[in-house]
Write a protein that binds this ligand. Sequence first.
Ligand SMILES: NC(=O)c1ccc[n+]([C@@H]2O[C@H](COP(=O)([O-])OP(=O)(O)OC[C@H]3O[C@@H](n4cnc5c(N)ncnc54)[C@H](OP(=O)(O)O)[C@@H]3O)[C@@H](O)[C@H]2O)c1
Length: 324
Amino acid sequence: MAKAVRVHKVGGPEALIYESVDVPAPGPGEVRIRQHAVGLNFIDVYYRTGLYKAPGLPFIAGNEAAGEVVAVGAGVTNFHPGDRVAYYFTLGGYASERVIPADNLVKLPDHITYEQAAVLMLKGLTVWYLLHKTFKVEAGHRVLIHAAAGGIGLLACQWAKALGARVIGTVGSKAKADLALAHGCDHVILYNEEDFVARVKQISRNELCDVVYDGVGKSTFPGSLSCLRPRGLFVSFGNASGPVPPFALAELNNHGSLFATRPKLNDYVSTRKELLEGADTLFAAVINGKLHVPINHAYALKDAAKAHTELESRATTGAGILRP
Ligand SMILES: NC(=O)c1ccc[n+]([C@@H]2O[C@H](COP(=O)([O-])OP(=O)(O)OC[C@H]3O[C@@H](n4cnc5c(N)ncnc54)[C@H](OP(=O)(O)O)[C@@H]3O)[C@@H](O)[C@H]2O)c1
């Protein structure tokens, strides 16, 4: 029987219950997959706590994974049993088997492992749209990336560097600083010990940054605004420390006619064409050696609560996966 990690009542890590589940046969347009690696994401924490609303209770946690097709429903012609696949941002990921719309899947190239794919489909696609679509990072741009040693962070630092940017990262410990430096950061700031705004001013000789990528939220606001040059872009894409509080629009004026956006993956990857464009670009970046996928933590699926505890307590670096 298939196993999954379900949330019956939102709450702490103990809300993640490992149990047997029935997996139906795939309906029209659907595919059943046996999952080999499941991505661990901070977004999974938001669904577990109720900050982000799941469609109902109970729900299976998790949003990205990779595996092999075991059955296809009526009308599915582009996937077949045995195909190696991965999917992006679809709740229900913490499971040994699941049914999913075929349109959410991409096929994996031979050189991409299940573990890499399970990390690339949500975290990688997010980094892709943040650096290429939300703000087009180009050579010479100065970029600030908060939580630079995290899952998103280590991918973003590498890619921004490969695009020719000058990359400043913030991190919570010396060990994380070393990791961020090894993954493309030119400068690292220990933001729990140092005033990160003052350090950005010092590093940039008061020229500040063209763009700030902020997935930390509450604790880095409004400091992030002070790190931007006039007409720079504040990209608030997450809430690891809590949501950014409401603020007056005039703050953008006060900090130099800034722009601000609160993007999400589904709005940048909303069509099959965008999904394939993003996935192809990511897979090529990994195969060509431009992007290393740092999978620094692996847990058994049944230990999802432990994985959440470590992620929330800032004990992880890079990406984590769960093994069904
Ligand atoms: N908008 C989108 O489309 C989208 C898509 C995917 C992910 N995201 C966001 O991207 C961010 C990163 O996600 P991820 O899965 O890669 O997680 P992660 O960066 O691996 O983990 C979160 C990191 O945030 C830092 N942090 C700062 N204050 C924290 C606090 N009070 N509690 C916990 N962590 C804190 C920690 O790094 P330090 O110890 O170095 O401070 C921690 O390791 C999250 O906010 C997530 O929601 C957004």
